[in-house]
Design a protein around this ligand. Sequence first.
Ligand code: NI
Length: 404
Amino acid sequence: MISTLPAAPGVNLSRLRLDVRNLLPQVITWRRQLHQYPELGFQETKTAALIEAKLREWGIDYQAGIAQTGIVATIEGARPGPTLALRADMDALPVQELNEVDYRSRHDGRMHACGHDGHTAIALGTAYYLAQHRQSLAGTIKVIFQPAEEGPGGAKPMIEAGVLRNPDVDAIFGLHLWNNLPVGTIGVRPGPLMAAVELFSCKILGRGGHGAMPHQTIDSVLVGAQIVTALQSIVARNIDPIDSAVVTVGEFHAGTAKNVIADTATLTGTVRYFNPALEGAIQDRITAMIDGICAAHGAKYELDYRCIYPATINDPAAADRVRRVAETAIETPLGIVPNCQTMGSEDMSFFLKEVPGCYFFVGAANPEKGLAFPHHHPRFDFDETALAMGMELFLRIIESFDAA
Ligand code: NI
């Protein structure tokens, strides 16, 4: 079916969609190949080799080995225009796959459980299409294959290696296949799409002793319990209720026996928020509370606090462009989810801090086909028709700069 919405000047809706649909079986093959050989962050050597082989085959210029396993492909159009970047992450997770499909992971304990195999396949398909259409392409497209999104983060070292320069990137776009949305929809919004993530680990140093003689001890369990409770007041009482934030204590380890007061206790947790102004603010409150509660009990502490990724913040004009483009590509009545936001995090955020752009979600769940498990689940899989949607959106975004 062809969209009933009017095409932007120079955009042939039916032709592009047909080309993408013809390309889809090939893109599914690449995705399944990648799915069978998942690799963790900065170890994506087979993945990179597959990408390089395809780029060579198609005569696309590229630079490999950026931030260890990253690749940037550059497709120069025959006509002048902006330099745009598309970003795809390549890494998998330390998850044991439980799907019983013929393309299941052949790497024990590793799995593409977040859909990054799909992102890489979409980027490859898009690069292939662009290389076939250089004559009509205006400007230069950099396709960034990024390692280690799941950690420790490949975006920052790629930026430091200069992937956004020479030629300088005017705008960047990226997508995540998203099982929180049904296939045939997209999620996009201006401003913050995904949260900043910070992680902390705190070791409370008390003084252990006999469970019956607490007066001779400094009970690290009691100190830890008060810290856990106190930290929950930060979001409730220190953050503007209009802002959203999370403080989660994920681990609390202490003690060895019922009748022994624990010498030490270890708490770990994560902090999430959208508003960049909160950077440092929650960390300060957590530090002050741990410091004060420990001091009150005569305990000491060691705190390791790390800011991992900033919030993923879309440029309003770029987000508006993606929304307008999506209106021509989405045909289901569910359409575009305008205020899609998640407290999940992404290192696409680093690219978006450098150049304007937009990150968006491409609905990929299909409960009727049993494809609706959440991301990072051992049975995660997605509706592969979403790969066509991803390619079409990327290509239409690029075309929209020409039509503008
Ligand atoms: Ni992911």
